[in-house]
Design a protein around this ligand. Structure first.
Ligand SMILES: *Cc1c(COP(=O)(O)O)cnc(C)c1O
Length: 403
């Protein structure tokens, strides 16, 4: 599952050493995956892509036919996605929105604001009055709600249920719903609730989370005698870097959401996955520069490293790796270093012991000049990395299967 697709393999083989490292994306594989995700979801569920996972314009537009819109979490993402996916629905979330960013969103006609605090609601109301957009902007109040037990245990990163800067405290709920329903802010339309509470959850844990968010939200609406048309239950679908063949069960998740929605035919549920949509379509390919032994362990030093693919360093995992033996003869007059043992740790060119891409990869006979392709590099990879550290050259980028 982690070996490069034939198209990606062919492209990696065709690149010269100087064109490596390279990020190679298979857009056809991305389309196939996104189509399957969409097909697994009931009609009442809207699918937004969280652009922060990978905002490359080619990725955004390949996802276009399968998503209902995009979730943007900064002013930068807002203007970037509005340009790359013109005319598509955007939801503007994220903490610390500035007045200038909100004004830009109003000018761009953004219809959904995920409001993170009481202060932000006041600011949005004031800017809306001043900018007088043609349509009333809609508000989803983002809450930091407790996580159900089942979700808490399996999450890799929890944004909710404990003190964090994200969203509103549940104790503020009645006051804020009051402001949006008692005529204080007639320029804003209360659409419902947003809650992105954890990442790295499997389908049963994420369903338990959705159930608890929906129950809590409908209670809140009921207390105020209003109807919420929309509830956004966030992203966070797991990508298992240690067992890449085990994928998030979209079919079970879709069926579970269908059951959850059955008693509420007028409710739109929205999800906004990032990682689980795009992780699988990208590979970071590079070349082995040196093979050496240190205190009983063998290392391959590759062109590039975690300044291009920071994911294994930040998450503390081994990036799934496929070795691609070089077909060309060794071009140099000096001897070619070669692994003696069966397992090799792949490290990059940075002067820090943290620059490790993958440990103890089975790679008997690995030699300098061989290539390696690191999988699951389509999300939170290049765009979260510290590119300028040590001033090594940037990778090349390849989007295969463009329209
Ligand atoms: C990051 C983020 C997402 C996407 O999370 P994934 O784990 O990539 O699915 C969705 N919504 C919000 C508000 C986020 O911050």
């Amino acid at each position: 599952m982690t070996a490069p697709t034939p198209a990606v393999r062919e492209r990696i083989d065709s690149l010269s050493g100087e064109e490596l490292p390279a990020y190679v994306y298979d857009l056809d594989a991305l389309r196939t995956h996104a189509r399957a995700v969409r097909a697994a979801l009931p009609r009442q569920v809207e699918l937004y892509y969280a652009a922060k996972a990978n905002p490359e314009p080619e990725i955004l537009s390949a996802l276009g036919p399968y998503v209902d819109g995009y979730e943007v979490s900064s002013g930068g993402e807002l203007t970037h996605v509005a340009k790359a996916a013109p005319g598509r629905a955007l939801a503007f979330g994220g903490p610390g929105k500035t007045p200038a960013e909100i004004a830009t969103a109003l000018e761009l006609g953004v219809r959904r604001f995920h409001v993170e605090s009481a202060y932000e609601l006041r600011m949005l109301a004031s800017l809306t009055a001043r900018h007088a957009p043609s349509e009333r902007p809609g508000v989803l109040l983002r809450f930091n709600l407790p996580l159900p037990e089942a979700s808490l245990e399996s999450s890799s990163l929890a944004m909710g249920g404990h003190p964090t800067p994200f969203g509103l405290d549940p104790t503020e709920a009645d006051t804020l719903v009051g402001l949006l329903t008692d005529g204080t802010y007639p320029q804003l339309e209360l659409l419902g609730v947003h809650a992105h509470l954890a990442s790295g959850l499997d389908a049963p844990a994420l369903l338990a989370l959705a159930q608890s968010v929906v129950t809590w939200s409908l209670d809140l609406a009921g207390r105020h005698g209003v109807r919420f048309g929309e509830i956004n239950v966030g992203g966070g679908m797991n990508v298992d870097y240690a067992h890449p063949a085990s994928r998030f069960d979209w079919t079970a998740y879709g069926e579970g959401l269908g059951e959850l929605l059955a008693p509420h035919p007028d409710l739109t549920l929205r999800i906004e996955p990032g990682r689980a949509l795009t992780a699988y379509c990208g590979w970071y390919a590079t070349e082995v520069l040196d093979v050496k032994r240190s205190h009983g362990k063998e290392f391959a030093v590759v062109r590039g490293g975690t300044h291009h693919l920071r994911t294994p360093a930040t998450k503390g995992h081994d990036q799934p790796c496929t070795v691609l033996p070089a077909s060309a003869p060794w071009p140099h007059p000096w001897p070619r270093p070669c692994a003696q043992g069966a397992q090799v740790t792949f490290a990059g060119q940075l002067c820090t012991p943290k620059d490790v891409l993958s440990r103890d990869v089975p790679a008997p006979g690995l030699r300098a000049g061989d290539r390696a392709a690191f999988a699951l590099a389509g999300a939170y990879a290049w765009n979260i990395s510290h590119h300028d550290f040590l001033m090594h050259p940037r990778p090349t980028f390849h989007f295969l299967g463009r329209d």
